[in-house]
Design a protein around this ligand. Structure first.
Ligand code: ARG
Length: 463
């Protein structure tokens, strides 16, 4: 297709390093979509005859059908998806196929295809993240009042509820969706018509192709159009942050499944056994979600490094954007699906969580708050008094609630029997009514708010 000035063919190893068809065949649908829009514009502007474009369009649709039904033969000698499609088009419609590439280059073509692919992928990831949010929110509503230990430094800090913990992930996923939507808005400009790098001398209508492909407008600078891969970097960084969230919950599941924590259980659907230790039930799916995040971070890092030294405009290095983007987003999609399955499958052990919720003097802050509220102590003094009570309980290897009133009064004589009421974990969480706090009433309200919001989004999506 570009052999005019070449006397002999490429070395075998050249074909090996140069060909991208093994991975960019995934762009087939977008490539044909882009070519159809380009061809229609060439007819509309009178650059090609309507008759030629009708033949080209029918041919492109036939090529598309062959690819969809698996009868298309991809050839490495034809390098990439763009030339594979064009070559087959020529088989089908004859020499008129050669007119399709008028006022176009593979540089603007591939930039367009990739934007279309990333945009499609953002849309499907958003549907999946919505589903994962629903799984978290529904479980959160069911367990809005189930007390568990809340941690800082992985040390018992204050009692919280399981529902509150799950809703934290609903918030994270909302930001992930926001980042995807934001990336989508910014990528939605059409590079088609920038041609190789400088634009074209043909009277093309870039508004028309942009509109036909669902873009908001054409890109404004032809050099930027063919050399920009920000949209790939942006979706990879949004994917990487999302993978961090999935990995953190995967880590929590893994910890919580140990007999030492015994907070949750996963069914046989998401666990595996050991070939030597008959008692084992391993949370492999969670471990893999945690592990696969590494590939996603690697893809982001990889593309940043590919791009950082490239002078404007297109360089073949940029062909290396594809495998990382495809692999990372496919991996993310798999991880979201596995996580949604696990969240729905997850059975909290409410009794065990509650038992541990009171460990580690977790209601010490409630005690200090009582001293502030009832005895009107400054918080810093209350903190000190409580610290001495914790030390006393620790020295006796017991909990704060097991100290006697006289023990307490030795540290602070004004303490009354009333203080014991605030030392229970249920009472502790119920009191955390501040906006965003863990009180079951708050959690129930937030879970309901999310469930309703997600249902509204689903209804809008279907409409
Ligand atoms: N396969 C190439 C890529 O993925 C398409 C663009 C090739 N452009 C070129 N001037 N050789 O980047």
């Amino acid at each position: 297709m570009w052999g005019g000035r070449f006397a002999s063919g490429p070395a075998e190893i050249m074909e090996e390093i140069n060909a991208s068809i093994d991975f960019d065949k995934r762009l087939a649908r977008q490539d044909i979509q882009g070519s159809l829009a380009h061809a229609a514009m060439l007819a509309e502007t009178g650059i090609l005859s309507h008759q030629d474009v009708a033949a080209i369009s029918d041919g492109l649709k036939a090529v598309g059908a062959e690819i969809e039904n698996g009868t298309f033969t991809f050839s490495r000698a034809l390098e990439d998806i763009h030339m594979n499609v064009e070559s087959r088009l020529k088989d089908i419609v004859g020499p008129v196929a050669g007119r399709l590439h008028t006022a176009r280059s593979r540089n603007d073509q591939v930039a367009t295809d990739m934007r279309l692919w990333v945009r499609d992928t953002i849309d499907s990831l958003d549907v999946q993240l919505h589903d994962l949010q629903s799984a978290f929110a529904e479980k959160a509503e069911t367990f809005a009042g189930a007390v568990m230990p809340g941690f800082t430094h992985l040390q018992s800090a204050q009692p919280v509820t399981f529902g509150h913990h799950l809703l934290a992930y609903v918030e994270m996923l909302a930001r992930d969706r926001g980042r995807l939507a934001d990336a989508r808005r910014r990528l939605n400009e059409c590079p088609l018509g920038a041609a190789a790098l400088a634009g074209t001398s043909f009277p093309i209508d870039r508004e028309m192709t942009a509109r036909a492909l669902g873009f908001d407008r054409p890109t404004a600078n032809s050099l930027d159009s063919v050399s920009d891969r920000d949209f790939a970097l942006e979706i990879l960084s949004a994917a990487a942050i999302c993978a961090v969230h999935l990995s953190r919950f995967a880590e929590e599941i893994t910890l919580w499944m140990t007999p030492q924590f015994a907070f949750v259980n996963l069914s046989d659907k998401f666990t595996t056994g050991s070939s030597i230790m008959p008692q084992k039930k391993n949370p492999d799916a969670a471990e893999l979600v945690r592990g696969k995040s590494g590939r996603i971070f690697g893809a982001l890092q990889g593309l940043l490094v590919v791009m950082k030294g490239l002078p404007l405009t297109y360089s073949k290095d940029m062909q290396e954007d594809k495998e990382g983007v495809f692999d990372a987003l496919q991996t993310l999609s798999l991880c979201i699906a596995a996580m949604a399955g696990m969240v729905r499958d997850l059975e909290p052990d409410v009794k065990s969580m509650k038992r541990w919720a009171g460990a580690g003097f977790s209601t010490a802050t409630d005690l200090a708050d009582w001293l502030v509220r009832v005895l009107e102590m400054p918080f810093r003094d209350a903190h000190h008094v409580t610290g001495r009570l914790v030390a006393l309980a620790a020295s006796r290897k017991t909990g704060l609630e097991k100290l006697s009133l006289s023990d307490m009064q030795e540290v602070e004589p004004r303490i009354t029997q009333e203080i014991f009421a605030v030392l229970g974990v249920e009472r502790s969480v119920k009191s955390r009514l501040s906006y965003g706090g863990t009180a079951p009433a708050n959690v129930r309200k937030q879970a309901k708010r999310w469930i309703a919001k997600l249902a509204r989004e689903a209804a809008k999506g279907r409409a």
